[in-house]
Design a protein around this ligand. Structure first.
Ligand SMILES: NC(=O)c1ccc[n+]([C@@H]2O[C@H](COP(=O)([O-])OP(=O)(O)OC[C@H]3O[C@@H](n4cnc5c(N)ncnc54)[C@H](O)[C@@H]3O)[C@@H](O)[C@H]2O)c1
Length: 279
């Protein structure tokens, strides 16, 4: 029996990277999927790929900073597939780069609007649809950067710490309704988000990420999709309020980034947008 047979999921940020890998995995496990992302080209391709493998999937252009757009993606799931079982708040970007003093208030706010406010809105609007069917699973993508300073850019790291705390507070409030709320804290995952920041593309990213954690390879979208599948499925029926670390052992200890701490983030102050756009 497939793990998500008959379930319906909305996945934000599913046009690329770990969101796209998760959409493919959920579809293969029997779920119907709404792919919600700013990037129409990648999103349509992801939906097509799921359909070609026999699943129900649609793309809905969504900006997670816009409350009506998030609600629209959830409404689409209910209208198209009849229910909402799983909400995966995964959309993201690097956002404000640079030192604390060089970070503008505007770029701080833009980073938080996508990484934290977008997750809050995703949780908020998933609840009524899940309540109607007696429960559900809400998953959000945080980061190891939300657990430890220096593992990501400043505003990004603080927003991801917020996602972890939001997860716990929401889990307390929603447990009695059988709505589970968890987040995933990925380590270094080889996705377009990382490619944006490492000159030299995929081989250079591998060279950097293969050696920062005890398991000597970069993480993949599929590594995160596996964790999301566990949290989405009934296998995790008694799991809520967790921040699941999926990082090849990076957070187990030792010297972060093999002694080259923060090297990827020592960049001039600038805005780093969605990975499909050029910075
Ligand atoms: N790659 C890593 O090493 C890593 C580590 C920890 C956490 N993360 C987090 O994982 C999540 C997925 O990132 P990824 O690495 O797969 O990157 P990615 O760039 O491949 O995918 C992110 C997706 O989010 C979408 N997006 C960006 N802004 C959006 C918005 N306002 N509304 C809707 N969609 C938007 C992008 O278009 C893109 O498709 C992000 O939340 C990121 O912060 C990444």
């Amino acid at each position: 029996m497939r793990k998500l047979e008959g379930k319906v999921a909305v996945i934000t940020g599913a046009s690329s990277g770990m969101g796209r890998a998760t959409a493919t995995r959920f579809a293969a496990e029997g779920a119907s999927v709404v792919i919600a992302d700013l990037n129409a080209e990648g999103g349509e391709a992801a939906a097509r790929e799921c359909r070609e493998n026999g699943a129900n999937a649609v793309f809905q252009q969504t900006d997670v900073t816009a409350e009506a757009a998030i609600k629209g993606a959830i409404d689409r799931a209910v209208k198209e597939f009849g229910r909402l079982d799983v909400m995966f708040n995964n959309a993201g970007l690097a956002g404000a780069l640079g030192s604390l003093e060089a970070t503008t208030a505007e770029n701080w706010d833009r980073t938080f609007a996508i990484l934290l406010r977008g997750v809050f809105l995703g949780i908020k609007h998933a609840v009524p649809a899940m309540r109607k069917i007696g429960g559900g699973s809400i998953i959000s993508t945080a980061s190891v950067a939300g657990l430890r300073g220096g593992a990501g850019p400043l505003a990004y790291s603080v927003a991801k710490a917020g996602v972890i705390h939001l997860t716990k507070c929401a889990a307390l409030e929603l447990g009695r309704e059988r709505i589970r709320v968890n987040c995933i804290c990925p380590g270094g995952i080889n996705t377009p988000l990382i490619h944006q920041h490492i000159p030299g593309g995929d081989p250079a990213v591998r060279q950097l990420l293969d050696n920062i954690q005890p398991i000597p390879r970069a993480g993949t979208g599929e590594d995160i999709a596996g964790a999301a599948l566990y949290l989405a499925s009934d296998d995790s029926a008694w799991v809520t309020g967790t921040a699941m670390v999926v990082d090849g052992g990076l957070m187990a200890g030792g010297n972060l980034f093999g002694g080259a701490a923060q090297q990827p983030f020592q960049t001039p102050a600038k805005w780093s947008g969605p990975s499909f756009e050029k910075d």
